[in-house]
Design a binder for this molecule. Structure first.
Ligand code: AMP
Length: 279
């Protein structure tokens, strides 16, 4: 496994791999890898000859007062996990290798990124789109694998790839959960033992909602949202948003039914957690 900290060296390696006829996959991450990330690597390996994992805590997608400084990091452990999965290359750049001090170009998706997490975290998806576009240029992949865990992000990136004609196949892999249902996240490490129990309320409420919709066929979305929000609050969670949207357009729907996704963001203590469930 080769580890690159230089964008130019990473790009040269990727171009050589392509010239040698190898199909390249990329898995962009912010590190502190867990089974969710590793499932994306495995999905990429199924589809590609060589997999590149990028590990970069991207400052431009964090808002003022968010957790950029304390975001968990574990370089050596991450590299070990990548080696264990026979990842071909890891791109682990310092911030100044990705952003010139006077960088003045931003990639902005203007529709799918505007609501939900985009509205709650102004500038977040501009940071995501900009860094992902840059990582695509640096790693030259045929395939890029993202997680359904960040449902809106995956939709925004799909749209960016379409709109900007990136010659890249975007694959979205299912959410990996802990045995008790909590969606895996690097941020789960922030949770105290009490918060960890409260956090379980998110997947429990989503699962119950999905069962209700599956049983009834159609449920009024407003009622379902209030019910989910009530369950989250009862668990001691502070609701950031609960939305029922079309799985493709992310437009709000009046009736929750098959083809919808419920998107949830909560604060569990100081920690913001997101999860979703496709109906
Ligand atoms: P992050 O390091 O949190 O930026 O996540 C990097 C990639 O891993 C994103 O595409 C996420 O959607 C994906 N990911 C994070 N957590 C999970 C999970 N529990 N299951 C599946 N994919 C995940």
């Amino acid at each position: 496994m080769v580890v690159f900290r230089s964008a130019l060296e990473m790009q040269q390696w990727a171009l050589e791999q392509r010239q040698a006829g190898r199909r390249l996959g990329v898995v962009p991450t912010m590190g502190y890898l867990h089974e969710g990330h590793l499932s994306l690597v495995r999905a990429a390996k199924e589809l590609c000859d060589s997999v590149v994992v990028t590990i970069f805590v991207n400052p431009t997608q964090f808002g003022v007062g968010e957790d950029l400084e304390r975001y968990p990091r574990s370089e050596e452990r991450d590299l070990e996990l990548c080696r264990g999965l026979e990842v071909a290359a890891v791109f682990m750049p310092p911030v100044d290798e990705v952003y010139a001090g006077d960088a003045s170009t931003v990639v902005r998706e203007g529709v799918l990124s505007q609501e939900f997490c985009g509205a709650r975290r102004p500038g977040h998806f501009d940071g995501v789109c900009t860094v992902v576009a840059k990582l695509f240029n640096i790693t030259q992949p045929h395939v890029a694998v993202f997680g359904q865990k960040d449902y809106q992000q995956a939709a925004v990136i799909r749209r960016m790839v379409r709109d900007l004609n990136f010659p890249i196949e975007v694959v979205v892999a299912p959410i990996v959960r802990e045995a008790d249902g909590l969606a895996m996240s690097s941020r789960n490490t922030y949770l105290s033992a009490t918060e960890r129990k409260q956090a379980l309320g998110v997947s429990r409420a989503l699962k119950a909602a999905a069962e209700q919709v599956a049983g009834a066929g159609r449920v009024v979305a407003e009622g379902l949202k209030s019910q989910i929000a009530g369950e989250l609050t009862a668990c001691g969670l502070q609701v950031d948003y609960v939305e029922v949207v079309d799985r493709d357009t992310l437009e709000r729907v009046e009736m929750a039914q098959s083809g919808c996704v419920v998107l949830v963001a909560v604060f569990c203590g100081q920690t913001r957690l997101i999860d979703n469930w496709v109906m």
